[in-house]
Design a protein around this ligand. Sequence first.
Ligand SMILES: [Zn+2]
Length: 266
Amino acid sequence: MFQPLVNGVLRRVARHSRSKPFAMRNAAPLVSFTFDDVPASAYTNGAAILEQHGLRGTFYIAAGTLGQVEEHWRVIDREQVRALHDRGHEIGCHTFSHVGVDTLDARMLDEECRHNREVLREICAGLDVTNFCYPFGRVSLPRKLQLDDRFDSSRGVYEGINAGVVDLALLRVIELYDRTLTRDKLDRVLRETRARNGWLIFYSHDVAEPPSWIGVSPRLLRETIEAVQAENIRCLPIRDALSAIGFRRTTEAAAKFSARAASGPR
Ligand SMILES: [Zn+2]
């Protein structure tokens, strides 16, 4: 009968304890643009706008939902995923069936990630899926610890600038939503990123006019990129930002990773 209480405590522990602490060693502040789920408009509008500015983003995909029509959007299809990869964007893992990891046991989470990676690698030859994002932002301590080993980083939905000693198992974000990102807030988070030599990760879903309540309009995406570029802050996908903050996968982890890659289908 204490289970709900225990679960609540575990969620708070998962949120506040750094299970993969890392001291950032970046020479200059950084910004990443990330998209979850991923609606087709994040490809047709979002990726196109990033590319017009010479940038690449990270797109966290749950391959089991590809092509589905959902409440607010149609999910990107296989051809569009391949095009994103071919054009240099990063493809990240968002589980296979877009499920909260706190509802899964260890074996189920492993299977979700394995299956997602397998399908994404069928679509994109040579793809290495090294970064994860929690569906619905939901975390639990045991699953967070399990993901630490499997991925270089995991991104959540808790607000903040990553700076100093960060938790690579729960990277912080700023919503790139028309509903919440005002010009004042944008200026403030860019100032903070510069002052703390931090890593600002924006996240959004659809890129449409009008956007959904968790999406961004093409206009605001452009304005945000232009504000970042006016500050001369580098924009990198998560995988490249990790290199820029000095993260190197350990030999042991890399060996496990290539063993997994070798055993997977091409
Ligand atoms: Zn999602």
